[in-house]
Design a protein around this ligand. Structure first.
Ligand code: FES
Length: 107
């Protein structure tokens, strides 16, 4: 299974195998990764799954939808050009090694 690296705000790296089709928020919450809350369960209503995506992977991800764009304006930490809501990132085999850094806070 492809690996995703979650890097905490403090720099702690956790590698998870994420099943293709599962999204990065679900995988992180299931494994108890601190720093991703996913309060709405992935229905684009909370913005507590904010991550900063490694820029090398940005153009391999699906484009930001209008609804995600709207929720990104409500993130608790600084929004950056590589900000995404990770409930909207479904794992694929070709995303092996994807690295996401967690913001200082989610809410
Ligand atoms: S989990 Fe709520 S917007 Fe991603």
């Amino acid at each position: 299974m492809p690996i995703v690296r979650y890097v905490s705000h403090e720099g702690l790296v956790t590698e998870l195998e994420v099943t293709p089709g599962n999204n990065l928020m679900n995988a992180a919450v299931f494994e108890g990764i601190d720093g991703i809350e996913g309060m709405c369960g992935g229905c684009l209503a909370c913005a507590t799954c904010h991550v900063y995506v490694d820029p090398a992977f940005l153009d391999r991800l699906p484009p930001v939808s209008a609804d995600e764009q709207s929720m990104l304006s409500q993130v608790a930490s600084e929004r950056r050009p590589n900000s995404r809501l990770c409930c909207q990132i479904s794992m694929r085999a070709d995303l092996e090694g994807l690295t996401v850094t967690l913001p200082e806070r989610q809410g």
